[in-house]
Design a protein around this ligand. Structure first.
Ligand code: SP5
Ligand code: ZN
Length: 342
């Protein structure tokens, strides 16, 4: 399988993540990419190619212009104010405050455009986010042109990023950008299947009122898991989009057999709706030893997942999302991709 990866992904080198009451080294570390690349090479999965630069148009097709500009300008502006540390939001337009104004100050903008505080903004974040969406777009283009499956080794991940909000280690929603591009290239209906441990709130929000993208997510129950405020089973889409969102929240330690039953339901919907392309938001934080997650996937379960996805019989683009058991992330990802090819 062809993999796409950009060295520019390494330009985000954040040193802080707000975790409980302390700042820790971010779980979403650049080292993850090195481990995946090593595993791809060791397994002989296939060529790894750098993506083209697809510019900002495909980003603007999904994200708010003010939000893109905020991410593009934030770091230089922050530095120009003499701020040296990484930027972490600490106030939002929460329910009792106004959300119809975007404050002039950087601190005000930071909260306006954030949905969570664990994800800092730092030097190189915007450049890495651009590289990540280019990686997704290159994978999409490869599958569009050849019909062959492809893997976009995206970093930073994307599925928590909404129209105009970053958080959950995500800035641009790579899966949404690729899905929109697929539609613009002529596909009539696209499925985004999100198997990351966390609910893909951003992807859901972007397509919630639309029937051209079917979004299905299998994830830790938001009653007890990040992002807490989206991803419940009663969220099924709105208006035109009614029936084009499906959520399968599951309790901590849910057996993989139960998870696989939810996958069957999601794949049945994808088949019934007659989706022409499958984009997989591939988070391997469903691994049994993931440090921030509570599902129980083993290496063999990842292989079985890949095999089952291949049986769907659709042109398929895998895009990297989460996965924080750094030493195992490579084997886990490659197991899915080799299962798919087997
Ligand atoms: C792309 C992706 O996987 N983003 C995940 C973002 C999760 N950030 C918040 C993590 C909070 C973890 N709380 C864990 C408690 C473990 N005891
Ligand atoms: Zn995740």
């Amino acid at each position: 399988m062809m993999t796409f990866f950009s060295e520019q992904s390494f330009r985000r080198q954040a040193t802080t993540e707000l975790y409980g009451s302390t700042l820790v080294t971010p779980f979403e570390t650049p080292r993850r990419m090195e481990i995946v690349l090593e595993a791809i090479e060791r397994a002989g999965l296939g060529e790894v190619r750098a993506p083209n630069d697809y510019g900002l148009e495909p980003v603007k097709a999904v994200h708010d212009a003010g939000y893109i500009e905020f991410l593009a300008n934030f770091w230089p502006a922050w530095q120009a104010e003499g701020r040296t540390g990484e930027a972490i939001p600490s106030i939002w337009p929460a329910r009792t405050l106004r959300s119809d104004r975007i404050p002039r100050s950087l601190g005000g903008k930071l909260g306006y455009y954030a949905l969570a505080a664990e994800t800092s903004l730092c030097e190189g974040t915007f450049e890495a986010a651009l590289a990540s969406k280019d990686t997704a777009l290159a994978a999409l283009e490869h599958t569009f042109e050849s019909g062959e499956p492809s893997f976009g080794l995206c970093r930073p991940p994307g599925h928590h990023a909404a129209t105009d909000q970053f958080g959950g280690y995500c800035f641009f929603n790579n899966a949404a950008i690729a899905a929109q591009r697929a539609l613009d290239r002529g596909y009539k209906r696209v499925a985004v299947l999100d198997v990351d441990f966390h609910h893909g709130n951003g992807t859901q929000q972007i397509f919630y009122r639309r029937s051209d993208v079917f979004f299905a997510s299998l994830h830790g129950d938001p009653e007890v898991t990040f992002p807490y405020y989206l991803g419940y089973a009663d969220e099924t889409g709105e208006g035109e989009g009614e029936g084009f969102t499906a959520n399968y929240p599951m309790a901590p330690k849910t057996p993989v057999s139960v998870w696989m039953q939810a996958l069957e339901k999601a794949l049945a919907q994808i088949a019934r709706i007659e989706c022409e392309l499958l984009i997989v938001s591939l988070g391997v934080d469903i691994f049994e030893h993931d440090p921030i997650s509570t599902f129980t996937f083993t290496r063999d379960d990842f292989t079985a997942l890949g095999e089952r996805l291949a049986d769907a019989g659709l042109p398929t683009v895998f895009l990297m999302e989460g996965g924080y058991a750094v030493d195992d992330i490579g084997v886990n990802v490659v197991s899915v991709l080799q299962g798919f090819e087997a």
